[in-house]
Design a protein around this ligand. Structure first.
Ligand code: M6P
Ligand code: ZN
Length: 188
């Protein structure tokens, strides 16, 4: 392949040329703390939660994958709109999230069960080390837009997070971003 540019719009997250995937509430229902609230939203039009737009890069060792993600503002019950969350299928691979717009949180968990939460804000560059799962939430009122770079062969393992969830939830309580224990957390 030859070197090439993509063009990223910092204010909309559009990346061109790119391949877009859309995730609605129905796609994240299983990850939501309040599945009943999720079901109600699905019945009422199944709103768009986030989009990711991937640059076309071969998924092979030595290459760097990159994409933008746009998480819309919203909540399922009191839990902020979130991504599915994943480990990398090739677990020893890191990732960087560079925030362009909006406000959010990045929750990560190591394979030993350490949990860390970082704030995402314009110009924050969050480093996700190898072997840490990651999920993002939009805690603001504008779209949360960030640019991601990762080894192209990393892949996604969604099943662990789908089954276990994270130790903590990021919710709105009394109008404030609040971190609470996840009562549905499962230890495998
Ligand atoms: C970031 C990257 C992507 C990921 C996307 C959505 O852009 O980590 O690899 O696909 O977020 O997250 P998820 O795949 O967990 O839904
Ligand atoms: Zn990742």
């Amino acid at each position: 392949m030859k070197p090439y540019n993509v063009v990223i719009d910092f204010y909309t997250g559009d990346l061109r040329p790119g391949k877009k995937i859309l995730r609605r509430v129905s796609d994240i229902k299983k990850m939501c703390y309040d599945e009943k609230a999720a079901e109600e939203l699905i019945q009422n039009g199944d709103p768009l939660v986030y989009e990711a737009i991937y640059a076309d890069v071969p998924e092979e060792e030595g290459q760097l994958g990159h994409c933008t993600t746009i998480i819309y503002p919203g909540k399922v019950g009191k839990e902020y709109f979130l991504t599915k969350g994943h480990y990398h299928a090739k677990t020893g691979t890191a990732e960087i999230y560079f925030c362009l717009c909006g406000q959010g949180r990045l929750i990560m968990e190591s394979m030993d069960g350490d949990c860390e939460i970082l704030e995402m804000f314009p110009s924050s560059a969050s480093y996700i080390p190898p072997f840490w799962s990651h999920r993002t939430m939009n805690t603001g009122t504008e779209p949360l837009i960030f640019y991601c770079i990762f080894p192209a062969e990393a892949g996604h393992d969604y099943s662990t997070i789908e089954e276990k969830g994270y130790p903590k939830l990021i919710v709105e309580e009394n109008g404030e971003v609040t971190i609470i224990d996840n009562p549905k957390r499962r230890n495998r």
